[in-house]
Design a protein around this ligand. Structure first.
Ligand code: ADP
Ligand code: MG
Length: 606
């Protein structure tokens, strides 16, 4: 048996397999190098998703020819001056990136430190040539051609150019977010695909960080995010988080940075989910960028060659900090939420005088639409089927005097949500306050109220149950039935009493009385789905609250049910005293408010 030390090129190709798995990984390493070199401007040129050509040009420190030769040597770095892995303050430290890239592609480094000439060094499939004079501005340009040509097996794993390009964008976004003072641009050979200017104003109401985050996450984020800032035992947490009404169906827009390093950590998504769960449906996710500053000795960044994972000494503490800070933030600012929605609503009110150019049918002024074509109203099922259902199920708190025409005036002055004046389309309650018109989505609002009541009951004396006169037998598949029966004890605590009923069926004996007469079968089916996808990381309490949310949705007044004036007012009064009642459990607003001043503006009175 012949044991031998592998030649350098092969070693570097093996390392490249871990460090440089795709063009975006090379970009990440190169941009990190530019940042470590103190660049204030970083420009990227990417062709064919980085496969045929990519370059990163910076205005950083630059390298002398001697430094360039060392830079492409394995495990050569300028970044661990004290040989101490527990005190890493730079993005790089492993000295692997340049030699790895050089082993799998045609690499050219051109660099010019201040007060010196420019030199160029080429490495091709691991073979280095000696530096030669070149020309270039101060700083460094690293060019990579024909990536993976030396390791064709890896080349086959690359996805389409577009996909690779979007991975590159994502890598740059992350680094741009944590370095607002550095300007970035990305060109795909045809045009500039992304650029952001150097943000240096760290103070003011729209500080540099928020502006930078918004240049990536959009104007919406700028207008609809909350500043995060807290600290425990020397761990600092800051950043921006979207209000729940701004959300996405993916966690892609949730970013975590630890000591300035973008990291991917499952801890983040779980913590954000726990914090927002009162405000958002399970499939919706807020946009968020959180930065943690922590003593470098309390976190290990040397977990993975790509340095994109970290390990906290005390992960539970970090999770607690994130969940606690966000929860606090959301509950203290939840009343701001729907004003942004009102702005949106207002912009939808198109007055014919304001927008003479609008040619779209849907944007035609009401007056014109009225006389347009055949009269379709007669075909519409109105009031909607089921609108005139029994009102017995609607359970509102009715401590408040119901208003009549005389005290409506007083109510609109004294209560934030005003006096109910009408119900429209059996769905919306319109009320009048002292200086505005409020439109409430009755289903969304009631859902929130039921949810908050259930949670309160859960924390207090328990949920009051109501026996079903005839226990309901529900057929499910066996797996779903078992899932429910396994959780029977928890569900009982929530007021839902069920047990197994033979193979693949359960029998429901009691339901939470809060829910009124609900469609038990569809509730059970939804709950079974819930339990299936429910995160095992959630604590029991968090799980219970999720179940509450599903139940609340089933127990709420449906859109399409007519309410009488005192029921409408009762709903408004209860909303006023219920926390978070301005949005439903799915993060949709429950009401919008149109100020009289805005309405006057629409009519040209102002
Ligand atoms: P690491 O970043 O882990 O040190 P690299 O292989 O990425 O390892 O880079 C090796 C060395 O080359 C760095 O330590 C740095 O001294 C030098 N270097 C790389 N890129 C640049 C750059 N853009 N500007 C100045 N120096 C650079
Ligand atoms: Mg590096």
């Amino acid at each position: 048996m012949n044991i031998r030390v592998l030649p350098d090129t092969l070693v570097n190709q093996i390392a490249a397999g871990e460090v440089i798995e795709r063009p975006a990984a090379a970009i990440k390493e190169l941009v990190e190098n530019s940042l470590d070199a103190g660049a204030t401007k970083i420009d990227l040129l990417i062709r064919n998703g980085g496969r045929t050509y990519l370059s990163v040009t910076d205005d950083g420190l630059g390298m002398t020819p001697e430094q360039m030769i060392l830079s492409v040597q394995r495990h050569a770095t300028s970044k661990l001056p004290n040989d101490d892995l527990s005190k890493i303050t730079t993005l790089g430290f492993r000295g692997e990136a340049l030699p790895s890239i050089g082993a799998i592609s045609k690499l050219r480094i051109t660099s010019r430190p201040k007060g010196s000439e420019a030199w160029e060094l080429n490495v091709e499939g691991g073979k280095k040539s000696s530096p030669k004079l070149s020309s270039q501005n101060y700083g460094t340009r690293v060019e990579v051609r024909d990536m993976f040509y030396a390791t064709p097996a890896r080349l086959k794993f690359l996805k389409t150019d577009r996909t690779e390009f979007s991975h590159i964008m994502d890598a740059v976004y992350r680094l741009a977010m944590t370095n607002p003072e550095v300007a970035f641009s990305i060109n795909d050979g045809e045009k500039v695909k992304f650029s952001c200017v150097s943000e240096t104003d760290l103070t003011g109401s729209d500080p540099a960080l928020l502006r930078r985050l918004s240049s990536i996450m959009g104007k919406e984020f700028f207008e609809n995010s909350l500043m995060v800032s807290s600290e425990i035992e020397g761990v600092k947490l800051y950043g921006y988080a979207s209000v729940p009404t701004l959300n996405r169906n993916t966690t892609r827009y949730q970013y975590l940075f630890v000591n300035g390093r973008p990291v991917r950590d499952r801890l983040l998504h779980g913590a954000v989910r726990a914090a927002y769960q009162d405000f958002l449906a399970r499939q919706r996710h807020p946009l968020i960028a959180l930065f943690i500053d922590i003593n470098t000795e309390l976190v290990d960044v040397n977990v993975h060659p790509a340095k994109s994972e970290v390990r906290f000494r005390d992960a539970a503490k970090i999770r607690g900090l994130i969940v606690g800070t966000l929860k606090q933030l959301l509950s203290s600012s939840s009343q701001n939420v729907s004003t942004t929605v009102a702005d949106l609503a207002l912009s939808k009110f198109q007055s014919p005088l304001r927008d003479p150019n609008s040619g779209l049918k849907s944007q035609l002024p009401l007056r014109e639409r009225l006389f347009e074509g055949k009269n379709e109203t007669s075909k519409i099922d109105y009031p909607p089927s089921g609108a005139i259902e029994s009102l017995k199920n609607v359970q509102f708190v009715t401590e408040v005097e119901s208003p009549n025409k005389d005290n409506g005036e007083i109510i609109s002055k004294n209560y934030p949500l005003g006096a109910a004046r009408a119900q429209l389309h059996a769905t919306y309650i319109v009320s009048q306050t002292e200086d505005s018109i409020v439109i409430v989505d009755q289903h969304a609002a009631h859902e929130r109220l039921v949810y908050e009541r259930m949670k309160k009951a859960l924390n207090g004396n328990g949920v009051i149950r109501q026996g079903l006169l005839i226990p309901e037998i529900i057929e499910l598949d066996d797996e779903a039935a078992t899932r429910l029966v396994d959780r029977a004890a928890e569900l009982t605590e929530l007021g839902l009493v069920l047990e197994k009923f033979g193979h693949g069926a359960i029998v429901v004996r009691e339901v939470p009385s809060l829910l009124g007469h609900t469609d038990t079968k569809s509730l059970i089916v939804d709950l079974a789905d819930d339990l299936k996808v429910m995160d095992s990381e959630l604590s029991l309490r968090e799980r219970l609250e999720e179940v509450c949310s599903t139940m609340a949705c089933h127990g709420s007044v449906r859109a399409g049910r007519q309410l009488n004036p005192s029921e409408m007012d009762a709903l408004l009064r209860e909303m006023e005293v219920t926390p978070h009642s301005d949005q439903c459990n799915h993060g949709r607003p429950t009401y919008i408010e149109l100020k009289l001043t805005d309405i006057e503006r629409l009519f040209g009175r102002r």
